[in-house]
Design a protein around this ligand. Structure first.
Ligand SMILES: [Fe+2]
Ligand SMILES: [Fe+2]
Length: 204
């Protein structure tokens, strides 16, 4: 597999990530990379360039997930990463924004769509590009994930109607956060509104 980095080839990048992530997170990252490639292929995007780009996004999407607090804060300061109030209160959200920064600064990725796919993989956002929606969805369905009851509906659908699958993933996420009494991030709310309207329009 080719890798879209100005610093590392595929083997080097995987070796580096294996050191930076814990074993389960590394397996998950490989799972997202291959699931995302599979989704690209199933939707008719099969060129080596397209697969390399989405594979790179999948592999790196959680590159900031296993940082300890000190290191995370050091990078936030070093790269002037602006945090929202929600991210400050719920630091697990930071890894998406910081991951996009590290993918560029430390892993040598300059492709803006790869970086934005990493940026939006946790919350989603309105009107995601195809690659952004694929990484968002692959992160949710890749095989190493804990099995969820909604997989029966979402996994087959994702290969046929990606927008509808994104909508169902967002719906599940909102339900899950509501059940746990947790607040909902602004971009997730906006994404849910956008994709529910989009799916309603398509039904009419
Ligand atoms: Fe993540
Ligand atoms: Fe992930």
């Amino acid at each position: 597999m080719l890798i879209c980095s100005e610093k590392y080839n595929d083997e080097e990048l995987r070796a580096l990530l294996r050191k930076k992530l814990d074993a389960a997170r590394y397996e998950h990252s490989l799972g997202v990379a291959y699931t995302a490639c599979n989704l690209f292929l199933s939707h008719g995007h099969g060129s080596t360039e397209e697969l390399s780009r989405v594979y790179t996004a999948g592999l790196l999407h959680d590159c900031a997930k296993c940082l300890d607090e000190d290191k995370r804060d050091k990078y936030i300061k070093k790269y002037n990463v602006e945090l929202s109030e929600m991210e400050t209160q719920h630091p697990y959200l930071i890894h998406a924004k910081l991951g996009a920064v590290l993918a560029k600064e430390k892993y040598g990725v300059t492709d803006e769509e790869i970086l934005s796919s990493i940026r939006w993989h946790t919350t989603g956002c309105r009107n995601m590009s195809f690659m952004e929606a694929v990484i968002f969805s692959a992160d949710f369905i890749e095989p190493n994930r804990k099995q969820l009851s909604c997989y029966g509906e979402i996994r087959p659908l994702i290969y046929k109607d990606l927008d509808k699958a994104v909508y169902l993933i967002l719906k599940h996420t909102l339900q899950h956060l509501n059940d746990k009494g947790q607040p909902i991030e602004e971009h997730t709310k906006e994404a849910f509104e956008y994709y529910s309207e989009l799916c309603e329009r398509e039904v009419k």
